[in-house]
Design a protein. Structure first.
Length: 223
């Protein structure tokens, strides 16, 4: 089995360990819940959803994780602070898995981080995400929240080549550090509706060799 020359970091989030050399820890999967358009979500702005369906989904997912030994986190997708408060509370009460705070709007992401802090859940949460161009105000809120793990995007809108990704990643990691992130998870960043994930896949071992951080990608962006 391949082994990286660079020491590979292992980070803990709740009861889950992420990273390391190939085969050292199981692959960490992140699955979305309450995403816009999901049938069980009745009103995305108000955070109204079918609680029975959501509980069944969580129970099934947790059971599969236990049976397979594959750890997971729930990617909680919210569009408003009101919705996030309900979503985070519900998932946290029905599962012990880590929670990823995910929103398109920086303002909503910041509110989610504040909610996690107020609920005492910061040690179970990871932030999505830190990237080149993130503003200082968001980094300040993130640092104040006490959340220590975040997705860090190797995303270069001007150059999605391997070289382009490597170029922006160092700056993104510095920004994450500024936001109090000590456990970065690198996402090799497939653009939405990208027809291929070849470059993003190729970037994973190269980034792990250079930085030693856990590294992966969101294959759901490929159509």
């Amino acid at each position: 089995m391949h082994k990286f020359n660079t020491p590979q970091k292992i980070y803990e989030l709740g009861k889950v360990k992420v990273g390391g050399q190939p085969g050292e820890t199981p692959t960490f999967l992140i699955g979305s819940i309450f995403w816009l358009g999901q049938k069980m979500v009745k009103d995305a702005n108000q955070g109204i959803f079918d609680a029975e369906q959501a509980e069944n989904l969580i129970n099934k997912t947790d059971t599969l994780s236990d049976l397979t030994g594959v750890p997971l986190a729930y990617d909680i997708v919210g569009t408003t602070e009101t919705a996030f408060e309900k979503y985070i509370d519900f998932v946290a009460k029905h599962s012990e898995a880590p929670l990823m705070l995910d929103a398109m709007s920086p303002r909503t992401r910041m509110k989610a981080a504040e909610l996690a802090k107020n609920m005492g859940l910061q040690d179970r949460c990871l932030y999505n995400s830190v990237y080149k161009g993130v503003r200082d105000a968001e980094l300040e809120v993130l640092k104040d929240s006490g959340i220590k793990m975040s997705i860090v995007l190797a995303d270069n809108p001007k150059d999605q080549s391997l070289e382009g990704k490597m170029q922006v990643l160092e700056e993104a990691l510095e920004l994450a550090d500024k936001g109090g992130i000590t456990k970065p998870l690198i996402d090799t960043a497939i653009p939405a509706f990208e027809p291929t994930m070849g470059t993003a896949v190729r970037a994973i071992p190269i980034i792990k060799e250079k930085f030693g951080h856990p590294t992966g990608l969101g294959t759901g962006n490929v159509v």
